[in-house]
Design a protein around this ligand. Structure first.
Ligand code: AMP
Ligand code: MG
Length: 413
């Protein structure tokens, strides 16, 4: 076990690496297509059928032998008997006899012997006999078997994030289920004797509990599953009891908020120090006090990350440390938020030696970003108005109006 406190504060990257190391890659499970949205494909997907599976018509019209229509034109239409009618879904399509055509609909199999489709608009639409006013080139409006994907070809690579088009493709090649990476399961537990569940009545000195719900939602938005345990007062026995009751098989991470700083009633710190979790400072703001490790509980160990209690600290720490680690564990190809550079509107000062994540609003059209609220880590209303984090490096002390800054986009995956 490293000696965090003696070694001084960790950098953001060092703590991010320590958190990420707690979450190994998840395994694979099979899910129905409709449930696969947002999941990460665990194995290459090969096409069980060619796409399209058979030569078919791209138009409503007539299947013809192009050579038989060589002279047809507006002024000199060619006339043919209609030998067959081929709607989409017909499975017993007869061979096209020379000197005849077949009426055919979009998606219907092209009869053997036919090599082009004439759209109905170029004909008189006849049912028994048809007059055709153009000479099609061979292959016209025929969608070739396998032109989109060959049977047996890899159509999606392992690691692909599944959205509507990818799930549509899986259905098109006949898959009812897909192998996807399992989502990490996270227990969320808030601490604080001042907390009251939303909907209840506040006594003087009490506040509504907000971190638990916020973090549980953030966990789900990160593609993991969350279970919000009932928050506990600053009481080490209660805290350990609530955890012990639930920790076990199927839990990938315990995520707590509050009780990790330098005060007198730091329940999380008191309950976990000496039991596999290390506490210390990260050179960042908000979110200085942090902890993580493998908590020893009831003879087993569970990956644990302890976030500070101030709501902005909690949520920003989640963004910086937990979200990327959860996504990486689930095999996500791009675990981090997209980062863009914008020009700062206004000027900011920042403490030396601490990386700061200010809450911002991006004006993408103007290429500028402005701060929302101020540095206070209790300002949850300002956090809720922000759409990005302004990432100021540890060595920055003054950022001038118009200076380029790195911006984490919170409303993009
Ligand atoms: P702590 O980290 O426990 O010292 O808490 C720091 C600040 O965050 C205090 O003002 C707490 O009241 C507040 N706080 C802690 N936990 C929560 C929570 N779950 N919901 C809302 N505020 C909280
Ligand atoms: Mg507290």
């Amino acid at each position: 076990m490293s000696t965090w406190s003696q070694a001084g504060p960790r950098t953001v990257s060092e703590h991010a690496a320590a958190v990420a190391a707690l979450l190994p890659p998840t395994g694979t499970e099979s899910v129905a297509l409709a449930a696969a949205s947002g999941r990460v494909l665990a194995e290459d997907l090969t096409a069980g059928v060619a796409l399209p599976p058979f030569d078919n018509s791209a138009m409503d019209g007539y299947a013809v032998r192009a050579a038989e229509l060589a002279g047809a034109s507006e002024d000199a239409p060619a006339e043919f008997p209609v030998a067959a009618d081929v709607p989409a879904g017909r499975t017993d399509v007869p061979v096209l006899a020379p000197g005849t055509v077949a009426r055919i609909m979009t998606g219907a199999p092209v009869p053997e012997g036919a090599d082009a489709i004439v759209p109905v608009e170029q004909t008189d639409g006849g049912v028994e006999r048809v007059r055709i006013r153009e000479a099609p080139r061979p292959g016209a409006f025929v969608r070739r078997a396998g032109e989109d994907a060959a049977s047996g070809a890899v159509v999606l690579r392992a690691g692909t994030v599944l959205a509507a088009p990818q799930i549509g493709l899986a259905a098109a090649v006949g898959r009812a289920e897909l192998p996807v990476r399992r989502r990490p399961h996270v227990l969320v537990l808030s601490t604080g004797s001042e907390l009251v569940a939303p909907g209840g009545t506040l006594e003087p000195g009490q506040i509504y509990e907000s971190n638990g719900t916020m973090l549980a939602v953030a966990v789900r938005e990160a593609g993991a599953t969350a279970e919000q345990l009932s928050f506990v007062p600053d009481d080490v026995e209660r805290f350990r009891a609530v955890l012990a009751e639930r920790v076990g098989e199927g839990v990938d991470l315990v995520l707590t908020s509050g009780g990790v700083s330098a005060g007198a009633y730091e329940v999380v710190k008191d309950a976990m120090t000496g039991h596999g979790v290390e506490f210390g400072k990260v050179a960042m703001q908000p979110g200085g006090p942090q902890g993580c490790g493998r908590l020893e509980l009831g003879g087993s160990r569970v990956a644990t990350v302890t976030l500070p209690g101030n709501p902005v600290s909690s949520q920003v720490s989640f963004e910086v440390f937990v979200r990327p680690a959860l996504r990486a564990a689930a095999g996500h190809p791009a675990p981090a938020r997209p980062v863009v550079t914008a020009r700062l509107a206004g000027s900011l000062s920042s403490p030396a030696g601490r990386r700061q994540f200010r809450r911002g609003l991006l004006d993408a059209a103007a290429g500028t970003v402005s701060e929302v609220g101020s540095t206070g880590s209790h300002l949850i209303a300002a956090l809720a108005r922000a759409d990005c984090l302004i990432d100021l490096p540890a060595d920055a002390t003054a950022v001038a109006d118009g200076d380029p800054v790195a911006v984490w986009l919170l409303d993009s995956p």
